[in-house]
Design a protein around this ligand. Structure first.
Ligand code: 1HN
Length: 345
């Protein structure tokens, strides 16, 4: 056992005043706050957002605030550990729900943080990324990586709602977050690569690798394909959890530098995750029904709901109906920093 460290109270007032004046502070009373023994002490608490509730409030925002006044009409999903208004859902992940009404557009901009969207509801929405027009269908994962111009539009006749996930908290922390604006992009004659060039894993266009100037070859990952793969895997396995990572089809790396996305099927029954890990997570339910216990707190969820788990959470599922979800996490960031860790429990 290491000794208990000294506290501020043990130091004379006259000395503390001199420290303050000199712009310095003793480390030892603060040391354990930043370096707790054995495991981090996350500020983040598990959060849960019922889609029906957020949807209603978002539709109200559609009546109260024209899109021109919002630029992005979003309700932010704040980490309960930091309080409502906090622009983060976990230590590294920002989440928001965005509404676009028929005929509306959200202007083109680009920024240093990377974003991905999971489409929750509605038809006819699209995102243009660097001139590539990407249809947004329910369950699709659509990327707008850092530094790439993007705008949104809506050609359908009912509201479109999606979940935004950004690595914004990191960029804010690094004081590196900023954006630039431009005119709405006119889609170039550049078809959606998910419907043309990257139709099959293992088969990539011969231009692959030769286009090193293209950092993000594929920006849209249709849900229909993820679902098909998970169902096929499930039919050939007795595993209760089937998972596929979304990767850059040219190099197998995560689709974005810091955020990872994993499509997961959870089969009916009880599933205890037998590991804890250093990643922080958000889970967006595409389809299904069940309960998840995160660090002892029970969350009852169904399709279109979203919940989070801080780093090193203990997670148990009780699945009522076979479930499909997209797991958003920060494993790519942690691997790059060299500290990703899993521990058996
Ligand atoms: C952003 O660019 C979008 O493009 C949505 O739809 C949410 C939250 C913070 C910063 C940028 C979008 C955002 C955002």
């Amino acid at each position: 056992m290491s000794p208990k460290l000294g506290t501020i109270d043990e130091l004379p007032k006259e000395y503390l005043d001199k420290l303050e004046e000199a712009g310095v502070a003793p480390l030892w009373p603060m040391m354990r706050n930043v370096l707790p023994h054995n495991l981090p002490k996350p500020v983040t608490k598990s959060g849960f957002w019922n889609y029906g509730k957020v949807r209603e409030l978002l539709l109200r925002a559609g009546e109260l605030t024209p899109v021109e006044k919002a630029e992005r009409r979003v309700l932010v999903l704040s980490d309960p550990g930091r309080g409502v208004g906090s622009m983060q859902a976990t230590s590294s992940i920002y989440l928001g729900m965005q509404l676009l009404l028929p005929g509306e557009t959200a202007p083109a901009h680009r920024h240093t943080p990377s974003a991905a969207r999971i489409i929750i509801e509605g038809e006819g929405g699209y995102t243009v990324v660097n001139g590539e027009k990407l249809p947004m269908e329910e369950g699709d994962l659509v990327l707008t990586p850092g530094g790439e111009w993007h705008d949104h539009g809506h050609e359908g006749d009912k509201p479109v709602i999606w979940l935004d996930a950004l690595d914004l908290p990191l960029f804010v922390y690094l004081e590196g977050s900023y954006s630039e604006e431009t005119e709405l992009q006119i889609p170039k004659n550049k078809p959606d690569t998910s419907q043309l060039e990257y139709l099959s894993s293992g088969l990539v266009p011969v231009t692959a690798g030769k286009r090193s100037s293209i950092k993000y070859p594929m920006m849209r990952f249709p849900w229909a394909k993820t679902k098909e793969v998970l169902e096929k895997l499930s039919n050939n396995s007795s595993d209760k959890i089937l998972s596929v990572d979304y990767v850059n089809p040219e190099n197998g790396q995560s689709v974005l530098p810091t955020m990872g996305f994993t499509g997961t099927m959870l089969k009916k029954g009880k599933i205890k995750i037998d590991k804890i890990s250093s990643i922080s997570s958000a889970f967006h339910i595409i389809k299904g029904k069940g309960e998840t216990t995160v660090n002892g707190k029970k969350i009852t969820w169904s399709a279109k709901d979203t919940f989070t788990a801080p780093v090193f959470s203990q997670i148990e599922h009780s699945i009522e109906e076979n479930t499909f979800l997209i797991h958003i996490h920060d494993k790519p960031l942690q691997e790059k920093l060299g500290y990703f860790e899993e521990r058996s429990i």
